[in-house]
Design a protein around this ligand. Structure first.
Ligand code: UDP
Ligand code: MG
Length: 315
């Protein structure tokens, strides 16, 4: 029986890229002797994305769409996709052709021949991103790499072809605060990477502002490492130790030389510094607390307004 590949495409205001994406995808599908399901997730787009998707679905039975009631973010779109997609193999692709559909042929061959569970794509470099974004991305992954027990690399794309078993394993992770890169690496399985040069976005603009990325980064860190909490304890202990030494020095100095009390400016600086450190770690604690808060509310990750696909049994 021919195998089926399910393709999940999160779309947020992608009216410009979608026709180009579909054209390219169609060309690739014609070259492969597998069945396909193209599941587009309309993540609350404000442009004509949904209209375009409906038109595509009319023309091509392989096209399915699922439309959210508002913008829930790419992570929510990925989850909805994984929950609703059909197929023996599943992959995620961006709508802007930065994840080239033709790579799917190579990925599928590799997965079959080497009997792997996941074949992913890694970029050589993000040519289209500015210096600042590159710098922050690199430093972020270095930082998270040191703190987290789950390995994550800066150039791993979400574009990966997985077996049904991997998809089912990811769906067993039911957390509200989702960070896919971490979740993929958490479930493990035999993974191989193909490296390629990421092209520029085909049309439209990136949907990630600096702050959206920043808060996504915090989600990744808090979701996959509790070490910041351990570090805060260590810093606390270190400061207590330093304070103890300073007290000893002051007592000895007073006993030996009878030094009068002086140096209030340095004292003020120390107080401000230590309060700063305390507030910072209170913030760190707050981050974890807020995640627990959201987690316990058990709110849905996304809300579907309309769709032409049926809910898969596995939720
Ligand atoms: N996206 C989404 N919801 C969002 C933001 C982005 O579904 O809130 C989709 C977007 O339509 C695209 C993919 O996620 O298909 C990647 O977004 P983008 O290309 O803007 O990110 P970048 O490549 O700049 O990291
Ligand atoms: Mg992109």
């Amino acid at each position: 029986m021919t195998k089926k590949i399910g393709i999940i495409v999160p779309c947020y205001n992608e009216e410009e890229s979608l026709p180009l994406f579909y054209k390219e995808m169609k060309r690739v599908m014609e070259q492969m002797d597998t069945q396909f399901e193209l599941l587009f997730i309309n993540d609350g787009s404000k442009d004509n994305t949904l209209k375009l998707l409906k038109e595509l679905a009319k023309k091509d039975k392989r096209v399915k769409y699922l439309s959210f009631s508002r913008n829930f973010g790419k992570e929510a779109a990925i989850l909805a996709g994984l929950e609703h997609i059909h197929g023996d193999y599943v992959t995620l692709m961006d709508a802007d052709l930065q994840d080239p559909p033709e790579k799917l042929i190579e990925m599928y061959d590799m997965l079959q021949k080497e009997n792997l569970d996941i074949v992913g794509l890694k970029t050589n470099d993000h040519k289209n991103y500015g210096f600042i974004r590159k710098f922050f991305t690199k430093s972020y992954y270095m930082f998270v790499g040191c703190l987290s027990s789950v390995p994550m690399a800066p150039n791993e794309r979400d574009y990966r072809l997985m077996t049904r078993q991997v998809v089912d394993s990811i769906l067993t992770l039911t957390e509200y605060n989702r960070y896919s890169k971490g979740l993929f690496n958490f479930v493990g399985f035999e993974t191989k990477w193909i490296t390629y040069d990421a092209p520029d976005r085909i049309a439209g603009n990136t949907k990630w502002s600096f702050w959206k990325l920043f808060s996504y980064g915090i989600d990744g860190l808090v979701g996959f490492s509790t070490r910041p909490l351990v570090i805060s304890s260590f810093v606390g202990i270190l400061f207590c130790f330093i304070a103890f030494l300073m007290i000893l020095v002051i007592i000895l100095k007073t006993l030996l030389w009878g030094d009068p009390v002086g140096g209030w400016p340095s004292l003020a600086c120390i107080i401000i510094f230590v309060s700063g450190v305390q507030l910072f770690f209170l913030g760190v604690l707050g981050e974890y607390l807020s995640k627990i808060y959201l987690e316990t509310k058990k709110r849905p990750v996304y809300i579907v307004k309309e769709t032409n696909t049926i809910q898969s049994e596995k939720k």
